[in-house]
Write a protein that binds this ligand. Structure first.
Ligand code: CTP
Length: 398
């Protein structure tokens, strides 16, 4: 969301029932630091008052092409000049049809034709309308004209039917705007990311694992996707929704993660191993649940799992970039450099677990980047998404 800071975003609202969700989107964009202005169609005013948007964004809403009280006589041109992104949410079939055919007969469509920057449409309508051949044709035309279409979601619609036609979730729309504004510096690059914990089952109901949430790896996958990368995310069990548009492969054990990673590694340009892999697995898997019985103590024996990162490091091609993580409880620098050397890495991202704002389940991380050259960069506590972007930018400088 950092990319939205100080960006000029114009929010277009057209006349559909989902217009009531537009103020929520406006607030999300504002919270991320964007400067938001609103343009409405006349029909939209039947669903929501311009006053709502004026109170939230502190600026007059443009809905009349000939409104002399706007900042200048040609308000739509003023807005169009400095616009970084224009997003219409909701976009009705009518507005979509007009834009696909270059019709500019009101403030919103006239503004859109003049607007610079990225253009994003978020259709919301009855399912049958969305499936209509003319609407589909218009959407395809607009995609060819470089418009970004944020597909509606499925669910119950205002007309009491169920289907695809609900306005995309506001957080997803905001994410889509971020992606649209992000420089595509990873285009044509394959980025392989591993994330989350692994589980080593002892019997059908018990396993050993660790508290990794997968947040760091998922943040890297999302950031790489936004930057145009072709992303493969191999993940152990997590409760997270995987980023849209990445190839997602779910695994459970370290052995499964190893197999999947080895298949995907040879043609990857950048490999980032953020997963917290179990170093050991139970030597014997008990087919049936182990019973308590009479024993007060039990002991199990474990055998070593493959060190996936080390194996990839051994076979690393010259042009590949390999990045690992080191979660330590002590001697961060010493341990991180040791792992960097042993696993033939370009960068290792070290962090001390258990510190405030850092570690397995937090949304933030306090990391130190250790480089092959022997240098290091200490970073402050930051959002995992921000750290993901720093790591990817470093990859590009290597
Ligand atoms: N890693 C891996 N396969 C393993 C163990 C670790 O690929 N079987 C990777 C992790 O994904 C991480 C890096 O190696 O990127 C370091 O993992 P970490 O658990 O910090 O260190 P280990 O190498 O397991 O060493 P130790 O447990 O002794 O600290």
């Amino acid at each position: 969301m950092k990319i939205l800071k100080d960006k000029n975003i114009v929010l277009g609202v057209s006349g559909g029932i989902a217009a009531y969700k537009a103020p929520e989107l406006l607030r999300i964009l504002q919270k991320a630091g964007a400067k938001v202005r609103v343009v409405m169609t006349k029909n939209a005013r039947d669903f929501i008052s311009p006053l709502t948007f004026e109170a939230l964004c502190g600026h007059k809403v443009l809905f009349d092409l000939f409104d002399g009280s706007y900042t200048s006589a040609i308000g739509h041109i003023d807005l169009a000049k400095d616009c970084d992104a224009a997003v219409i949410a909701p976009a009705t079939a009518n507005v979509i049809g007009k834009l696909a055919n270059g019709i500019a007969d009101d403030a919103l469509t006239t503004f859109m034709l003049a607007a610079k920057g990225r253009k994003i449409l978020c259709p919301a309508m009855n399912e049958a309308m969305y499936e209509n051949a003319a609407v589909k044709r218009n959407i395809m035309k607009l995609e060819a004209d470089d418009y970004i279409i944020m597909e509606p979601s499925e669910g119950e619609l205002a007309c009491k039917t169920k289907g695809k036609g609900r306005l995309a979730d506001c957080d997803k729309i905001a994410d889509g705007i971020c992606e649209a504004l992000t420089t595509k510096d990873l285009i044509w690059k394959k980025i392989l990311v591993t994330a989350g914990p692994t589980r080593e089952f002892i019997d059908p109901v018990r396993f050993i694992s660790n508290p990794s949430s997968g947040k760091m790896g998922y943040a890297i996958a999302a950031a790489a996707k936004k930057r145009g990368g072709n992303v493969v995310l191999v993940s152990g069990p997590t409760y997270l929704e995987h980023p849209e548009g990445v190839k997602f492969i779910k695994v459970v054990s370290a052995n499964q993660m190893a197999d999947t990673t080895f298949i995907n590694a040879p043609d990857a340009d950048i490999i980032i191993k953020a997963a917290a892999v179990s170093d050991y697995r139970a030597e014997k898997f008990f087919e049936h649940k182990l019973k308590k019985g009479l024993a007060d103590k039990v002991s199990l024996s474990f055998c070593k799992n493959t060190d996936i990162l080390k194996e990839i490091g051994l076979n690393k091609k010259k042009e590949q970039i390999l990045i690992g993580f080191a979660a330590e409880t002590e001697d961060l620098e010493k341990n991180a450099f040791k792992k960097l050397k042993e696993k033939n890495l370009d960068i290792i991202i070290g962090n001390i677990v258990g510190k405030p704002g850092s570690g397995f389940e937090a949304d933030t991380n306090k990391a130190v980047l250790f480089f092959k050259s022997g240098k290091k960069k200490v970073l402050p506590v930051m959002d995992k998404g921000e750290l993901a972007d720093i790591i990817l930018s470093r990859c590009l400088t290597l």
